[in-house]
Write a protein that binds this ligand. Structure first.
Ligand SMILES: *Cc1c(COP(=O)(O)O)cnc(C)c1O
Length: 396
């Protein structure tokens, strides 16, 4: 069959180009260690930023929800799946984000495709989207009826030009990641909000990597810039710092009411399980009552970056716990991570198409649960491997 022959050729080519993806099985033994074939590995590749997946209160909340309510939710939220835990968590998210209302989706991915396609729904609308936005934003733009204009990453001069020169008879949207997942840098929200004011633009910020990570108490990128309430819609996920699964949109009650009626990924999918909601609720309570965890995470990330930078490891500029080490060729990035793996350290190799050809990288993500000893050990292994691979010159 023609299609199957095509598929086979494609996969073989991907393998030859060192960009073929494969699934590897592993399970966590604690927030920073995984077990693979009975061996324990140190992991610097998870989005479990605050290490709350194994917090006793979070686990207990999920277990209690299963005991009390069973497992699956049994239906979509507009039919029989709207468990009371939803209302409570949405109120807490809105209070945390300092917005009128919030709406939970089944994942961050589903929030983006649902929100963008529901709002930017006429051919007269124009979406201005950062070149490094997450794939779920790109897919949301593809589903939207609006025209999409991509602006160069975090380039506010270019965004201003495009806003000025792109004809638009409908609504302008500006959509950006709050923290960019592959580079770890932060969106220029002050400029974006200013430009949105000038051009009557609707600003959507995806804070998947920012919630629980930056801004006062981990409130995200708007809070980081002191712009709470100035962004029209803040999106986020419950699957990273909040140690569970699900996504959310936080904004005005008006927009939330609209999304309940129009966001197809919200309407046509079964609701999250009570245990998933209970775990996210418990994690959010911990974040609210123990905000020092956010500072601790930043300190751990800074310690790791300092060690690597001092040894000459080529880091991209990152202001967050995402630490990209630039390598270049995809095969080299794979080779590097395999060498680290042999030393029982797991980091991600990020390759095309996730990043442009020639900018493959290692991507470390730090969590608040990494100990000083973990940081010493991992940085020593990375520096040693970089020297062996000729990427870093040893000190004379
Ligand atoms: C992880 C991520 C998502 C997807 O969130 P999930 O809950 O994993 O589906 C969306 N946007 C950004 C920027 C992300 O980093």
């Amino acid at each position: 069959m023609q299609k199957l022959t095509q598929i086979k050729t494609q996969l073989l080519n991907m393998h030859a180009e060192a960009v073929l993806r494969q699934l590897h099985e592993f399970h966590f033994v604690d927030p920073v260690h995984v077990c693979i074939k009975n061996e324990k590995y140190l992991l610097m590749a998870s989005n479990n930023y605050l290490g709350l997946t194994h917090h006793p209160a979070v686990k207990a909340a999920a277990a209690a929800a299963i005991e009390e309510y069973g497992t699956g939710s049994g239906g979509s939220r507009l039919t029989s799946g709207n468990h009371p835990l939803y209302g409570r968590l949405e109120k807490d998210i809105a209070r945390f984000k300092q917005t009128e209302a919030a709406l939970i989706f089944n994942s961050g991915y589903m929030s983006n495709i649902g929100v963008i396609s529901a709002l930017a729904n006429t051919a007269a609308d124009v979406i201005f989207s950062d070149a490094l936005n997450h794939a779920s934003i790109i897919d949301g733009c593809r589903l939207a009826r609006a025209k999409t204009v991509i602006y160069p990453h975090n380039n506010m001069v270019a965004l201003a030009e495009l806003l000025k020169n792109t004809p638009c008879s409908g609504q302008r949207f500006i959509i950006t990641d709050g923290v960019f997942s592959m580079d770890g840098d932060i969106a220029c929200l002050e400029k974006i909000v200013y430009l949105a004011g000038k051009y009557d633009g609707f600003v959507i910020v995806d804070d998947a990597h920012a919630t629980g990570v930056i801004g006062s108490g981990g409130r995200g990128s708007a809070a980081y810039y002191g712009l709470s309430g100035r962004v029209h819609l803040e999106l986020g996920t419950l699957s990273k710092a909040l140690a569970s699964e699900g996504g959310f949109a936080a904004g005005s009650q008006l927009v939330i009411n609209y999304l309940i009626n129009k966001a197809r990924s919200f309407i046509f999918s079964t609701a999250l399980s009570p245990a998933t909601l209970a775990a996210a609720s418990a994690a959010l309570q911990i974040l609210l009552t123990e905000p020092y965890r956010v500072e601790r995470l930043a300190l751990k990330a800074a310690a790791m970056k300092d060690k690597l930078r001092l040894a000459g490891v080529p880091l991209l500029k990152s202001e967050t716990p995402i630490i990209p080490i630039l390598i270049g060729a995809a095969s080299q990035a794979m080779d590097f991570t395999e060498k680290l793996y042999a030393e029982k350290l797991i980091v991600s190799a990020i390759r095309p198409p996730t990043v442009p050809v020639g900018s493959s990288r290692l991507r470390l993500t730090m969590t608040g649960a990494h100990s000083a000893a973990d940081i010493d050990k991992a940085s020593a292994i990375i520096i040693h491997t970089a020297i062996k691979m000729g990427r870093v010159k040893p000190f004379a």
